[in-house]
Design a binder for this molecule. Structure first.
Ligand code: BG6
Length: 467
């Protein structure tokens, strides 16, 4: 097929602070929710103490990124490195670290693409305010965002606010919903979600005011749900699954208010969050400049009727619900499943990109897409990850098609630049182009080894596409 990638297309790769940096409490960094969760599971998998040790190896790692040919590197800043307790004193050593990373990226012609918050709320904010439940955290985030714009905004043009708010909010441990009584949990969750939207909007507005040339936008966990049949109810179930998982959040980010189906849900469940009159204007003004899309898989849903036990429809797994019915998730017999059960579906990416472009008409960049597997370092000292090459090739082809469909796609950043701490499977499950020689309980020497996919992606970047 014809190559549709523009000459200045951003070929990149991604990571996040708690998954790659290590040095969890060095140079004044405070503990985060991500550290706390990782320590809870430290007897079964690696935690955040060392991770891939990017903190001490960032120069070597950025040189590998340059060798790979990256045009951009999407990474996150750890809020608790900049403001250890979330809303107190600024930690100069944290600022220095990210200054060094940003400067070294630029020296090597790699555009820094910065996420402000990737699952790692400073734990002190949980202790003080129960995190996002309180408005205090909203203003703490605004102050943190402004601190970053001031410190790095002379060199960083592209910013993402929260990574995957729409997914994070549904995962209890990421929201530190450890002991909330079950009859309160959805109310607290709805309040937290609203506060995060407000914080997102305040950061967007501050960025536009402080850095007129900068671009800022949300990163969403995308969803594409297929109906299990052409029964109208199944089509409705699939549509509502996408609406409740992702589209309501995109509507809030782009238009500053909840769509009707979401307001209806909050009202019927009696969990409408507390708001203040001045919020409406803040939310309305905060227009994103682009949408960052994280894409891994598609889902299949069937409709199940409302019954007494599920008066508003009910959650199945912990993130699936609907006001008018509830869903049954099914495997898609047309797709192949991988090691960790994810079904590979490049066409789903083309659908997602077209869908969001039709709805929001904003430029888009993919900031996560990848295959997590238990890679093996073989006797020849290499990692032969042909399955990853096949996966990425399919998805890059889907991007190429989406551009031909008219989607304004300006970049592709697979997850992840190098092996890092998988949020659920430690170092058992790897996504990187660069193998990090450690396992969950032995950090060894953390040697960096280029996988076969590294050389393949290097060639894709050189050719500016697949052919
Ligand atoms: C995304 C997150 O949802 O999925 C990443 O933004 C995460 O932080 C990635 O690592 C893959 O998930 P996992 O659980 O395999 O690490």
């Amino acid at each position: 097929m014809k190559n549709n990638f523009a000459k200045d297309f951003w070929w990149g790769a991604s990571s996040s602070a708690f998954q790659i940096e290590g040095a969890w409490n060095e140079d004044g960094k405070g503990k985060t929710v991500a550290d706390h969760n990782a320590f809870q599971k430290a007897d079964v998998q690696a935690d955040t103490q060392v991770a891939s040790d990017f903190y001490h190896n960032y120069k070597e790692d950025i040189l590998l990124m340059k060798e790979l040919g990256l045009k951009t590197y999407r990474f996150s800043i750890s809020w608790a490195r900049i403001i250890p307790d979330g809303d107190g004193v600024v930690n100069q050593k944290g600022i220095d670290f990210y200054n060094d990373v940003i400067d070294f990226l630029l020296e090597n012609d790699i555009i820094p693409f910065v996420t402000l918050y990737h699952f790692d709320l400073p734990f002190a904010l949980v202790e003080k305010y129960n995190g996002w439940e309180s408005r205090e955290s909203v203003f703490a985030f605004e102050r943190y965002a402004k601190t970053c714009f001031e410190a790095f905004g002379d060199r960083v043009i592209y910013w993402q606010v929260h990574n995957e708010q729409n997914l994070m909010i549904r995962v209890d441990i990421r929201m530190n919903l450890y002991d909330t009584p079950s009859d309160q949990i959805e109310k607290v969750r709805a309040q937290m979600d609203y506060h995060m939207f407000l914080a997102h909007a305040l950061a967007t507005n501050a960025c536009h005011e402080m850095l007129p040339n900068a671009k800022i936008g949300p990163a969403v966990s995308s969803t594409m749900t297929y109906p299990s049949s052409n029964r109208p109810e199944d089509v409705w179930a699939a549509r509502m699954n996408d609406n409740f998982k992702t589209n309501y959040a995109l509507e809030m980010h782009c238009f500053g208010e909840y769509p009707g189906y979401y307001k209806g849900y909050l009202e019927k469940c009696n969990i409408y969050p507390e708001t203040k009159p001045e919020d409406a204007e803040i939310l309305k003004v905060a227009k994103p400049d682009f949408i960052a899309v994280n894409y891994y898989r598609t889902l299949v849903a069937s409709y199940l009727p409302v019954d007494e036990a599920h008066p508003f429809g009910t959650k199945v797994n912990d993130i699936d619900f609907d006001l008018y019915g509830y869903f049954k998730h099914e495997k898609n017999p047309n797709l192949v499943a991988t090691d960790y059960g994810i079904q590979v579906d490049p066409m789903g990416l083309r659908l997602v990109l077209n869908d969001y472009y039709e709805k929001y008409r904003l430029p888009m960049i993919i900031t996560e897409n990848g295959l997590g597997t238990g890679d093996q370092l073989t006797e020849d000292g290499k990692v032969h990850d042909d399955y990853r090459i096949e996966y990425l090739e399919g998805h890059i082809a889907a991007c190429n098609e989406a551009i031909a469909d008219g989607v304004e796609l300006f970049g592709y950043c697979p997850w992840s630049v190098m092996d890092l701490l998988s949020s659920r499977q430690g170092f058992m499950k790897r996504y990187g182009f660069i193998y990090v020689d450690r396992d969950d309980f032995d950090v060894k020497e953390l040697r960096r080894i280029k996988k076969d996919s590294f050389f393949w992606y290097q060639d894709v970047i050189k050719k500016n596409g697949l052919n």
